[in-house]
Design a protein around this ligand. Structure first.
Ligand SMILES: [Ca+2]
Length: 328
């Protein structure tokens, strides 16, 4: 190391009683020898340096002062801007605090809306289910309608079949009626044959029994009653003709009498006595011989054949029973 590069002593600036001194860190002892020209040179250098420093300081102040002032102004402006921002942030904080209450209310409303939406969703599901059911029913109805429409096309044919069936039914009814009549006729034939086999005659809806034995009028009537009949009445010329012709000219008791009455003739089977029947009496009859002739008979084979006679004499007799259709 060079001696010049030895550590240089720090210079100290001292002002005392208008004297300016510059020396190293440690002041020289009084015993050091006087500096002479070196000292003077040093002082000048120092003064120059100080002057330079001062000039530099003044120049720097002149230059930097506006910059510092501008900077300070900017700092102030920035501080003002920051204050405004802080104020804004504070206002925003207040507003956010206010909005926080609003948000809570909104949150409650949102929950309510969500609950309503859930309810609506449930109702939509129910409606969807109902719509599906209704759709199925509509399909079912449509199928039935199509079936009905198909049947509707068959109606004319069915109507023709129905007309045919109706005509056939009419024919069946006619045949049934005829069959009923045939059955009725057969039953009547059977009844007639049965009565005829027992000795009865059939004439115009009545059976007649011409006896082969003789009885008094009363006994004859009792016989007829025992066979569900009475001594015959005569209600027409045809019947009179049938009776006297079948009697064959032999006297037969008939059901005409005045016994028990006050002289009026009457039919024992309660048939009303027709006064026109006087035309069936024999000429000169009834003569009531001996006032004892109270019963009538067909005496001869003639339209005018009736004769009154004593009820106690025995004659053949004629019973009469109306024909009644037997049950099938
Ligand atoms: Ca007589």
């Amino acid at each position: 190391m060079k001696p010049e590069e030895k550590e240089a002593p720090d210079a100290h600036f001292f002002v005392d009683k208008q004297n300016i001194a510059l020396w190293p860190r440690d002041p020289p002892s009084k015993q050091d020898p006087p500096l002479g020209p070196r000292k003077s040179f040093t002082i000048r250098v120092v003064l120059i340096c100080l002057s330079l420093i001062m000039v530099t300081s003044i120049v720097l102040q002149a230059i930097l002062y506006p910059w510092f002032m501008g900077t300070i102004s900017d700092v102030k402006a920035n501080a003002q801007w920051l204050k405004g921002r802080v104020d804004n942030i504070s206002i925003l904080g207040s507003e956010m605090k206010k909005d926080s209450g609003g948000m809570k209310a909104v949150s409650v409303q949102i929950e309510t809306v969500n609950a309503s939406l859930d309810s609506v969703h449930s109702q939509i599901l129910i409606l969807k289910t109902n719509v599906e059911k209704a759709s199925a029913q509509i399909d079912n109805l449509r199928k039935k309608w199509e079936e009905a429409d198909h049947l509707n096309t068959q109606i004319p044919e069915l109507k023709r079949d129905l007309d045919k069936a109706s005509a056939l039914n009419g024919m069946v009814r006619t045949l049934q009626s005829r069959l009923d009549n045939i059955n009725k006729s057969l039953r009547q034939q059977r009844d007639i044959l049965q009565m005829v086999s027992q000795g009865w005659e059939f004439f115009k809806d009545n059976f007649y029994y011409f006896s082969r034995i003789s009885k008094t009028w009363y006994s004859a009537e009792q016989f007829c009653v025992s066979r569900d009949s009475h001594l015959t009445s005569v209600t027409s010329q045809n019947e009179q003709e049938f009776l006297y012709k079948t009697a064959g000219g032999l006297p037969h008791w008939i059901g005409l009498t005045k016994a028990g009455s006050e002289g009026d003739w009457y039919w024992v089977d309660d048939t009303p006595f027709n006064k026109d029947s006087v035309r069936f009496w024999l000429p000169g009859e009834p003569n009531n011989v001996g006032n004892s002739e109270h019963c009538a008979n067909i005496k001869v084979s003639s339209l005018r054949s009736w004769n009154d006679d004593s009820c106690d004499i025995k004659l053949f007799f004629i019973c009469k029973r109306p024909y009644i259709q037997s049950e099938p």
